[in-house]
Design a protein around this ligand. Sequence first.
Ligand code: NAP
Length: 336
Amino acid sequence: MVTLQHRHTFGLSASAAELYELRDKAELTQLQQRYIGHLPAPFWLMGEGSNTVFSCDYAGLVVVNKLKGIDIEETDIAWRIKVASGENWHCLVSLLVQKGIPGLENLALIPGSVGAAPVQNIGAYGVEIAEFIRQVEVYDLQQDRVFWLAAADCQFGYRDSIFKRPEYAHWLILSVELQLPKQWQARLNYPDLQHLPASASATDIYHSVIAVRNNKLPNPTTLANAGSFFKNPEVPVTQFTELQQQFPDIRGYPLSNGMVKLAAGWLIEHAGLKQVQEGDIGVHQQQALVLVNYGNGTGPQLISLVEKIRLTIKQMYGVVLEPEVRVLGATGLLTW
Ligand code: NAP
């Protein structure tokens, strides 16, 4: 057994039957033949473990992506950046901002690897990575072949993509090709960035996002967490209007699909759930969307708190909260 406690930012004590660190694409066939080809047990592919929680020992193989490399090409209208999936996301954003290549600044300080970005379609402060992805390089572990998947085929949605579907769990993202247009406009519509002038540069936004996130969100190295634990739920306009009558301060954002996005953190906080704790697992005091492990939390405590929150939110607002974080049991993803 190999410990996983320091491999996922939620820091629960858990082990994997086997662990493989992938450092070079040349190892792929060997990995496939040595492990996957003969594997009756499950396997899980991961980067920095900032959106994966191991709730107990994992009975299979965990492959940790350590592939590195960044290649930047300039055209008349854009920069094309090919990034290996094991690169750290925030280091990439910082590098591009330093080089004067704007576009990703609103996504600064999101924890995790570049390979996790398309899986989750990471988003923050009005920007989603999907709009900058040109294609994704994939290794199919079942068929031992590499192919490129165009952005249009990635089924990007709100914190969602084809890479989350269980039937594609054997796809390993090798690299991501981004296209950042030279024509750039500051995105300042989120409340936390509205203090910036319209003339704010990408560097100004980058520093503001870092300051806001450092202020609001717990640093996983000092307080174990996995970022936003739940997705913001979407409800029909009629339901939102009814909720507004009962909860006049409720926050809702109309979406282009005709639904209204609710702020899950608001729902949790106003349901009084910030005070709820199960053992060493609790709700973060500055940002109720984040669950934290005060040190000795356990998988059952986490599951119990998640269920308590979901039940309370359903009873109080009639809304189902879906976890954004992927929680693993002994043989695979837990479904809620
Ligand atoms: P906030 O500003 O307190 O707003 C709460 C929620 O309302 C956000 O989650 C956001 O949805 C939504 N919202 C706010 N202004 C909006 C606007 N102008 N248009 C549409 N939706 C709006 O949010 P926060 O919790 O401090 O987070 C700020 C940003 O960082 C958010 O985009 C959030 O998603 C992101 N974030 C992501 C993670 C993660 O782990 N994935 C962790 C922390 C923060 P959206 O979430 O859809 O943007």
